[in-house]
Design a protein around this ligand. Structure first.
Ligand SMILES: NC(=O)c1ccc[n+]([C@@H]2O[C@H](COP(=O)([O-])OP(=O)(O)OC[C@H]3O[C@@H](n4cnc5c(N)ncnc54)[C@H](O)[C@@H]3O)[C@@H](O)[C@H]2O)c1
Length: 311
């Protein structure tokens, strides 16, 4: 039996990981989440009775230490974080407090016999890049904003604990991921919600920025294959989508698929935090996924078939 902690497991990606882990009756999954952006309705119900939810702030060491020492986890998926471009720009102090979370979690992990920590980092660590496709080793990290700095420093904590205490890690650098359970803080779900209500869709700086979009199943299956097959131990893997798409084209595609009457409204560029381009090198992820990542349009159709969490 693997005893597994999933932090942020009431959120979009964390709940999807927890659900697939719990589908295996040999895994016992404890979800901790403070429900700031997560929701109880996303917590998986397992036929094996192997999921436990504990409301907990992972940045509060008193809250998290009892759980870590009483449950004796084998593996940790640390996915809890303050997320969303607007929220992270408006709450820099709260964002920086996520550094306490990783620091205490790693300390408890090494003391309580955890074998490996899986961490949700972000493409934001690359900042405004000048090197494409963005590669885990060769693209310089240009993290400037608190959210990106926290992810970058958290990666440094994981590497330091490995070096000094032998605690293993795998870092996943997530690029834009989307799927039915995503909250409205993110571009795909925000545009879909607006399109379905025929409300205007606002683009910053003409929507010329490019992103790739990874369907949630590809994200989770790639990460869980790393876990199941013991691949990329003490290493970093970009987890993203293949096609680089300008945001204006994403808006137009969503309007087309929803047959919406939404207008596109152009706003001035955001003063900071909205990178010009994202394009991951996915060679490592593709070795994990062993199938082609789902194309954007096919993924959007899956989201449109299940809009319970978006509307
Ligand atoms: N969705 C993306 O495109 C994307 C891209 C890059 C990185 N990420 C990273 O992936 C992870 C999951 O993000 P998501 O998209 O599922 O967002 P989400 O908001 O759905 O999930 C984050 C979860 O963490 C919880 N949380 C936040 N702070 C907490 C705290 N102090 N203690 C306990 N729980 C806390 C929230 O309540 C929420 O359930 C995050 O670490 C995020 O930075 C996501």
């Amino acid at each position: 039996m693997n005893r597994i902690l999933v932090t942020g497991g009431a959120g979009f990606i964390g709940s999807s990981v927890a659900e697939k882990l719990a589908a295996d009756k040999n895994n016992y999954v404890v979800i901790v989440d403070d429900l700031t952006t997560g929701s109880l309705s996303k917590i998986p119900v397992s036929p094996h009775g192997n999921v436990r939810f504990i409301k907990c702030d992972v940045n509060d060491w008193r809250d998290v230490s009892g759980i870590m020492y009483s449950e004796s986890f084998d593996y940790v998926f640390h996915y809890a974080a303050v997320v969303g471009v607007t929220r992270t720009l408006e709450n820099p102090v709260k964002v920086l407090s996520d550094l306490s979370g990783i620091k205490h979690l790693l300390s408890f992990a090494k003391n309580s016999g955890v074998k490996r920590v899986y961490f949700s980092s972000s493409s934001e660590v690359y900042g405004e890049s000048f090197h494409f496709p963005q590669h885990e080793e060769t693209t310089p990290l240009n993290s400037r904003l608190p959210y990106a700095i926290v992810k970058n420093a958290s990666e440094a904590y994981l590497k330091a604990y490995q070096q000094e205490y032998g605690l293993e890690y795998t870092i996943f650098r997530f690029f834009n991921t989307f799927g039915p359970r995503q909250s409205k803080d993110f571009v795909v779900s925000k545009f879909i919600a607006k399109a379905l209500k025929n409300e205007p869709i606002e683009l910053y700086g003409g929507g010329k920025q490019t992103r790739t979009f990874c369907y949630i199943d590809d994200n989770v299956d790639a990460c869980l294959n790393a876990f199941k097959k013991n691949l990329y131990i003490n290493d970093v893997v970009n987890i993203g989508g293949d096609d680089e798409v300008p945001i204006i084209d994403l808006a137009k595609l969503i309007i087309k698929l929803t047959k919406s009457k939404s207008e596109i409204i152009n706003l001035p560029p955001l003063p900071e935090g909205d990178m010009t381009r994202r394009k991951p090198d996915l060679s490592r992820m593709k070795k994990l996924l062993s199938r082609e990542p789902l194309a954007l349009e096919a993924g959007l159709k899956k989201v449109l078939a299940n809009t319970k969490f978006i509307l």
